[in-house]
Design a protein around this ligand. Structure first.
Ligand code: ADP
Ligand code: MG
Ligand code: ZN
Length: 554
């Protein structure tokens, strides 16, 4: 790398050295190569395009999904003397004209553009005539329906960039890295050939803990927990505005210095509460997930989820706001299965595929909460990383766990995958193992397989947990190319050749502990069964499978 680039790092951004992969990323982009960056929240993705933009000729286009974030970044850049602007719907005509003329006069180093503005004809024409250095697509997971922040406009970016300047290098950045989302992003942007820079998602200083949500017990614990962190900063996430208000009040009457934050508050109040939190006037902010995007407070000592989040990606992002300074961060979640059911019900009017995607994410969330496996291992596995040892720094690692000998179970799970030719997902394999016939099982004659009913003495939900553990321990892997069907890994194949003893962990039994308020839905191993939706889904999968010449996976 040229000395100039390094000296600008210090001179403009004030950093004495690069962090993690930043240096090779900057290098790669400056060599005009397409670059794909996967890095956890807070790791420093912005610099990966800001520094190259500053040292390049012309203007870099930065596509970013949130207007508030855009403004925030532009303000920060301007404050350190970098000429940056944004183009989005908050600008009036004359402001937009002014921004454009700055860009055309080649003064602007970074132009932040909302995806909605990028698709406008007049802006396309303008960008065609500008002198551009490269295109950065921040929060690139917005491209994928499989992620948690899908933005349809993001899917148009590639074709518009191709119109504006087909040969410009592209850098795409995201903190969401499930293999499925990653593949989706690369395909959509035609970036299969791009150089990939993926950092580990392990946040070693975060302690993960899940507790059952029991009506009064949890509130008592919450207060006790916060009081034991007196004077420290913490964030508490709730799903609804009402809950935010309720918890904020509960804390206040218990002499805790807390305030609410949600979109229903008057914006002056919201901003004041946020600023007070950032300036240490407030210890605790109780918030909906609207809070925290792009907020960079390094010394948040704990993040508590009073309600279960909608996805493990969301959970990871939100807990990622703790301990950014590298010191302790405690991530506590209160969990009960009814909250998952409730969340699923919110989606009942959504289109079928959307609801099913949301449901898969919810199921992963529930599995995380209920697992007896090391939490870090579970999370990292979800992001496609293998983490071999137990971390020793999560509630599961810290407590006495119920372990059982898993060799024969893993064998059965792998047999089920093999005998069905590695073409089915977890639900189907469980049905085959417990010997339950449904339309698919019989239509494939899977009720005639040796493995059929082999595990019928063990309840269905245990098998779900066992197969998940077979995935976490790298015996099985999801094939993201085809609906997540399960295939044997090399380790799985070796295990079948010569099986050995494996420790498996019993799931938590939260239901027994958490007395439910209103059990209006039957609670079982899976999410409440919805006959109609199931039928629709089956039909849709059949259609997709048929068009690809595949059997309809369950
Ligand atoms: P991300 O987009 O990955 O979530 P940001 O780009 O917002 O993260 O950066 C997070 C924090 O890290 C910011 O406060 C930023 O100033 C800081 N940071 C980035 N790069 C460096 C570096 N090389 N040295 C020190 N701090 C850095
Ligand atoms: Mg960022
Ligand atoms: Zn652990």
């Amino acid at each position: 790398m040229e000395e100039k680039v390094k000296s600008e790092l210090k001179k403009i951004f004030g950093f004495s050295q690069f962090r993690g992969n930043q240096e090779p990323i900057v290098d790669n982009l400056l060599s005009q190569k397409n670059t794909f960056v996967i890095m956890p929240t807070g790791a420093g993705k912005s610099l990966c395009y800001q520094l190259p933009a500053v040292v390049s000729d012309g203007t870099a286009i930065v596509i970013s999904p949130l207007i508030a974030l855009m403004k925030n970044q532009v303000d920060q850049l301007n404050a350190i003397g970098v000429n940056a602007h944004f183009l989005n719907s908050t600008l009036n005509k004359s402001e937009a004209t002014k921004v454009k003329s700055e860009v055309l006069s080649k003064k602007t180093k970074l132009l932040y553009v909302a995806p909605e503005s990028l698709t406008k004809e007049e802006n396309i024409a303008f960008l065609k005539s500008a002198h551009l250095s490269f295109v950065a697509i921040d929060e690139a997971h917005c491209i994928s329906e499989w992620g948690h922040d899908f933005r349809p406009e993001y899917r148009k970016i590639k074709s518009i960039v191709a119109q504006i300047a087909p040969n410009l290098p592209i850098i795409a950045l995201t903190a969401t890295a499930t293999p499925k989302v990653q593949q989706d992003i690369q395909r959509n942007l035609h970036m299969e050939e791009a150089d990939l820079f993926k950092s580990s998602f392990n946040r070693t200083n975060l302690f993960y803990e899940v507790r059952p949500k029991v009506k009064n017990e949890s509130k008592k614990h919450l207060i006790k927990f916060i009081k034991s962190h007196k004077g420290k900063s913490g964030i508490i996430y709730c799903l609804s505005r009402k809950k935010v208000e309720e918890i904020a009040q509960l804390l206040q009457v218990n002499q805790i210095n807390a305030a609410p934050y949600h979109a229903g508050l008057d914006s002056a109040v919201r901003i004041k509460n946020q600023d007070d939190f950032l300036n240490e006037e407030l210890d605790v902010i109780v918030a909906t997930i609207a809070f925290g995007m792009g907020i960079d407070k390094p010394d948040v000592r704990y993040v508590i989820h009073y309600d279960v989040p909608k996805s493990l990606e969301g959970y990871y992002q939100e807990t990622g706001r703790a301990g950014r300074d590298g010191l302790e961060g405690h991530c506590l979640m209160f969990y009960r299965y009814e909250d998952i059911v409730k969340l699923d019900k919110f989606n009942k009017d959504k289109p079928v595929t959307e609801r099913e995607n949301a449901r898969v994410l919810l199921q992963e969330m529930a599995a995380y909460a209920e697992t007896g496996v090391c939490r870090r291992k579970f999370i990292l596995n979800y992001f496609g990383e293998t983490f071999e040892k137990d971390c020793g720094y999560c509630d599961n690692c810290k407590r006495e766990r119920e372990i059982f000998e898993g060799m024969s179970y893993i064998q059965t799970a792998l047999e089920a995958a093999m005998e069905t030719n590695e073409r089915f997902g977890i639900e189907h394999l469980v049905k085959v193992i417990i010997g339950e016939s449904n339309e698919y099982v019989t239509s494939y004659k899977h009720d005639q397989l040796p493995v059929f009913g082999k595990g019928k003495v063990v309840p269905e939900k245990y098998w779900t947990s066992i197969i998940r553990q077979a995935m976490i321990f790298d015996f099985l892997e999801k094939d993201i190319e085809s609906f997540g069907v399960l295939k044997l890994t090399p380790r799985g194949k070796a295990f079948m050749e010569a099986p050995y003893s494996v420790n498996l962990y019993k799931d938590h039994e939260y239901e027994a502990e958490s007395a439910s308020d209103t059990p209006d839905v039957e609670i079982s191993a899976g999410i409440a069964y919805d006959e109609k939706l199931f039928e629709l889904l089956k039909a849709e999968r059949k259609k997709v499978a048929k068009s690809k010449g595949l059997p309809p996976y369950v």
